[in-house]
Each structure stands twice: as structure tokens, then as C-alpha cells.
Design a protein around this ligand. Structure first.
Ligand SMILES: Cc1cc2nc3c(=O)[nH]c(=O)nc-3n(C[C@H](O)[C@H](O)[C@H](O)COP(=O)(O)OP(=O)(O)OC[C@H]3O[C@@H](n4cnc5c(N)ncnc54)[C@H](O)[C@@H]3O)c2cc1C
Length: 357
């Protein structure tokens, strides 16, 4: 009857932080898009952020933000991540993320250290705001819909789901890392990328606790030290990294912001032999080469789709035209404090801005 097959302009795979933001940007730009999520609801991981409070960004300049992503001396990989993210962060800095949520009538709260939260301290407020926007803009959303394969065509892509396929002109892979797999991020996007010819950098945990059975720590399990400090020191006594912040004593060892950021530094610097000095109030404790907890427990995944095969100005694959990436599926990560959601939002915004329409 005159009906013909029409591809959707953009298929966004993954309804997490990056995917929801990308769908919102596509709606704003009137780019026909479909959002596809394997779990029953959107934003399962976002709901868990900051213990359900959602530290959605940090109110600092893009330059400061990029500097914070770089680790000091000895971490070329963190410097490369920062360089890769610069165009996205400059085009969509924290200031714009804050304005975006305000425009969705989400009252926001700025902490003394510039971390930003919804004023009611509820991550559900953020996820509902996305839900309302996508409903109001009649953005098609498929939930309970794991994508199983992406096949490039001459004119777009076939996206395979369990019992049917979709035809899209462009595809944005926003399927997250491999940490907290129960929340949906199981590494599917990296598998699709590999099948399409992309290099995958091996996964390592980012922002995770360090194990020790030192009795000084196990004795204090359950105690939180707000004004603590952690220093990473080389074998020849040089202080490589120094961070003042919270340290928590756990039954397995140490966690908290100062430990998370130190662990991220150790991972990026690929340090094998080091000591870590931890101040808990007036007590100074020193440990050697602590093992991180596994990647599935990490706040962020280091590793993923290699950044040297993605155009940093557009987030488009340098291998397959029309294929885009955003968020943690890419080998990008930041420190704790709102950086990782910001990266997901900024790369999502960059990719959607680049789609020719
Ligand atoms: C406990 C915890 C607390 C955190 N707190 C903070 C914080 O306060 N501030 C901060 O900035 N960052 C925080 N982070 C990190 C932040 O949540 C992530 O970096 C961010 O969610 C990454 O966004 P993303 O969209 O790339 O991935 P995700 O948010 O993980 O979304 C990926 C989505 O893709 C879906 N998906 C996967 N495979 C498929 C498939 N085959 N088909 C369809 N859909 C698929 C998944 O189900 C998921 O919904 C925290 C992380 C954790 C685990």
C-alpha cells in the first residue's frame, strides 16, 4: 500500500547515563531516535550512584575537570584519556549539565567541594526527569530488549534483538563498562565493537577498595575517617600521588574517596611495586602493593573500546562510519566525585551533535 521500509536515524543501545542523555539530546535536535535497553527499566546504575543520591557532576571549569582526570607523573594513559575528552568537555562542560537538569525542573544542590546533587538527594529524581522528557517528546523506548548483534550495511546498520531486527542509519553504543553487571553493563558493547573491528583495551577496576588483612584495619572495620589522607609512594621514597579525603575501614581492607583515587592512579601508572601511606586521624599506617577488589565491584571500568580508534571531535568510529560510542564502554574514566557521569553525558552530547541530519 505504498508503505516502504524506513530506517530510524539513530539507534541508541543502552539506556543508562549516556544513552538517556543521548536520547534527550536527540529529542532536542529533533533527530528521530530509538532507545534500546536490556533491563526492565532505564538508568539502573544511575539509581545506585552515590548511595542513591546521584552526584551527577562537579561544578568546575572544563579545564580544571580535564586536569583532574589526568593523574600526576607516570600515567600516560590518564593523560591520553583527558586529551581525548577535551573536545566533549569543552562543548558540553559541567555548567551545561547543571543547566540541563535545571531546565527539566530538577532543583540542584552544590556542595562546598563543588559536587552537584539533586536537591532532594534522590537519584530517582534524575532518572524520572529523563523518563518525563522522553515521554513528552514521544521518544520510542524498548526495554527488556538486549541487543544481540550489530551488522553494518551499505546504508546503515541492522540491529538484532531476540526476535526481530531494526534498521538504523546511525548507531550509538552506550552499553557501559563491565562493573556491577547486575545493573546491566555486561560488556556487550565492547563485544559488538570488537566484531566490527575495534580494539578493546583489557578491563581493570577503577575506583575500588584495596585488600589488606592488617589487624589495624580489620579492628577498625566499619569506621569512617572523613579527614583522612592517602599517599602512593615509589620504592625509592618519592611521593607519586597524595590525596586528602575520606577513608573507610572495611572487613576486606580499605575504601573511600582517598583510596579510590589512589587506586585509580596506581592502575593508570601501572605500578607494581609501591607503598601506600594512610592517615586515619593521627595514626599513620603503611602498606605494600595492595590488591584491588575485582572489576565487577568497581565504580568504573578502566579499559574498553580504544580511544585511538574513535574521533574525539565526534565520537564516531574511525573504522565504521555511522557508528558512535559514548560513556563507559569507551576506555575512559575519571576520579570519584561526579566525573564519571559527566563523562557519560558529555560524550553522549558530542556524539548526537555530530550526527548529520
Ligand atoms: C555503585 C556506583 C556508584 C557510582 N556513583 C557515581 C556518582 O555518584 N557519580 C558519578 O559521576 N559516577 C558514579 N558512578 C559511575 C557511573 O554510574 C557510571 O560511570 C555511568 O553510569 C556510566 O554510564 P554509561 O551510560 O556509560 O553506562 P551505564 O549507566 O552502566 O548504562 C549502560 C546501559 O546499557 C544497557 N545495556 C548493556 N548491554 C546492552 C545490550 N546488549 N542491549 C541493550 N542495552 C544494554 C545496560 O543495561 C545499562 O542500562 C557510580 C558507579 C557505581 C557502580
Amino acid at each position: 500500500m505504498g508503505l516502504k521500509h524506513t530506517p530510524i536515524k539513530l539507534a541508541i543501545i543502552g539506556g543508562g547515563a549516556a544513552g538517556m542523555f543521548a536520547a534527550a539530546m536527540a529529542a532536542e535536535k529533533r533527530i528521530p531516535a530509538v532507545l534500546i535497553e536490556r533491563k526492565a527499566r532505564l538508568g539502573s546504575k544511575v539509581l545506585m550512584t552515590a548511595n542513591g543520591r546521584c552526584n551527577f557532576t562537579k561544578d568546575i571549569s572544563p579545564e580544571q575537570f580535564l586536569k583532574d582526570i589526568e593523574c600526576p607523573e607516570g600515567s600516560q594513559s590518564a593523560k591520553a584519556v583527558s586529551k581525548f575528552l577535551a573536545p566533549s568537555l569543552r562543548a558540553f562542560p559541567p555548567r551545561k549539565i547543571i543547566s540541563f537538569f535545571k531546565s527539566l525542573n530538577v532543583p540542584v544542590r552544590r556542595m562546598a567541594d563543588a559536587r552537584m546533587f539533586p536537591a532532594d538527594g534522590k537519584a530517582t529524581t534524575i532518572v524520572h526527569a529523563f523518563g518525563d522528557l522522553l515521554r513528552n517528546t514521544e521518544t520510542p523506548i524498548l526495554t527488556n530488549s538486549p541487543v544481540t548483534e550489530i551488522q553494518p550495511l551499505k546504508n546503515g546498520f541492522i540491529i538484532a534483538l531476540k526476535n526481530f531486527t531494526l534498521w538504523a542509519e546511525n548507531v550509538l553504543i552506550a552499553t557501559g563498562g563491565v562493573s556491577y553487571p547486575k545493573l546491566g553493563s555486561v560488556g556487550d558493547g565492547q563485544k559488538f565493537a570488537r566484531a566490527l573491528g575495534h580494539k578493546i583495551i583489557p578491563y581493570r577496576p577503577g575506583l575500588i577498595g584495596l585488600e589488606t588483612s592488617d589487624p589495624e584495619i580489620t579492628r577498625r572495620a566499619g569506621r569512617r575517617y572523613e579527614n583522612a589522607r592517602a599517599k602512593v609512594i615509589s620504592l625509592d621514597g618519592k611521593v607519586l600521588y597524595d590525596y586528602k579525603g575520606e577513608v573507610d575501614c572495611e572487613s576486606f581492607g580499605l575504601s573511600g574517596a582517598a583510596i579510590y583515587n589512589s587506586q585509580r592512579f596506581i592502575e593508570h601508572a601501572n605500578l607494581k611495586d609501591y607503598s601506600i601511606e594512610v592517615w586515619l586521624d593521627k595514626d599513620r599506617l603503611k602498606f605494600q602493593n595492595l590488591k584491588p577488589r575485582p572489576v565487577k565491584e568497581a565504580i568504573v571500568t578502566i579499559g574498553g573500546v580504544a580511544i585511538d580508534e574513535i574521533n574525539p571531535n565526534t565520537m564516531e568510529s574511525l573504522i565504521v562510519p555511522g557508528l558512535y560510542f559514548a560513556g563507559e564502554v569507551i576506555d575512559i574514566d575519571g576520579p570519584t566525585g561526579g566525573y564519571n557521569l559527566t563523562l557519560a553525558f558529555a560524550t553522549a552530547a558530542r556524539s548526537v551533535s555530530s550526527i548529520r541530519f
